[in-house]
Design a protein. Sequence first.
Length: 395
Amino acid sequence: MDFFAQYDAVLTDAEKALVAKARDFCAGEFARELQRSFAEGVPFPESWFARWAELGMFGLQARPEHGGFGASYMCKIRVAQEMAQVGFAAAFCMNHHQGSATRVSKEGSERQRGELLADLLAGRTLSTIAMTEPQGGSDVAAISTTATPTRGGWLINGSKAWLTNGLMVDCLMLLARTEGGPGDGMTTYIVRFPRGDSDTVTREEILVPGARAFRIARITFRDHFVPEWAQFTAPGAALKAAMGVINAARVHVAAMCVASLHAALCEAVAYCETRVAFGKPLTAHQGLRWELAEVATRLEAANALVFKAALAIQTGGQPVTLAAQAKKFAVDTALWGLDQCVRAVGAAGASASLRLAMHQAEVRMAAYGDGTSEILLDRIGRGLAKDYPMRSEAS
């Protein structure tokens, strides 16, 4: 059975066609370009964003009446998995922008859609989520970026860090603390700015060797004006809204991790079937064969857990514990499994001749987004009594 068959079984025919379209896009030159750019230590060309937009993929989950496909969560996962098989970073980056377009379509005001949505769908404007700050990651409630009321809108002051696509975006879905707002004052704003530096906006790359495809940056605002129409959530409501989508985000990342590991395992097995050492293929050596068999076993377990969590979200649930478990186990399995694949292949696995080194370098970044393993374990631990109660004798 195909590795992704259980996901595809719940898709409509139209959604299966979208997955096939993504698969065709990811094959050939795109896959080669990702590997070539990684070997050179540079981000893959930005022009691929425009080519992805030409397929309408930034509107994957946008409403049909807004020019989108209105696809399901499971379809979103499968499209991302197709890309994650050739490049985890590319899948992560494309999804970040697509997520902004989805939010504007589904949650934005008529004015916001009119001002922004067409450019987001066409890739003329590139956007990402901006929550993390230089002094705070998982502790979102501790953010210090402020929005001060001024005539006709707000002035944004503060820095956002570890921004995916940060080197090239010209729009952020930015979480700030609104001065004078109710409760914690947390508000999401649509913040637009020029690609280059200006008097009110500067950006700098956060250089992560092996992960430059993410284009990670820090962006600082100094009295940067945003108009009234750009307030995306009411003051005091943004943090709850942000936490409401975290479960889906965790499972989405987990699904991409298993896809990247699956591709790596397939590549390692193919190499070891043809590479001869001591008179026989590498897979004929029991020790190495068992190593890859262990990877395959844990991969299947991770995939089953991810699918269970994805199905819960697809059907309208908010599986807090299950989402945390899926991400934690899928990331740990992928990082361990990729290392096993590289070692099984030998020196060639660390070279640019195969895709293994790229998978290994890029997937490690999954350990930091949407909660580290320690944060996830704490989330799981706090729900133990509720999620795993002892059955009463009467039952």
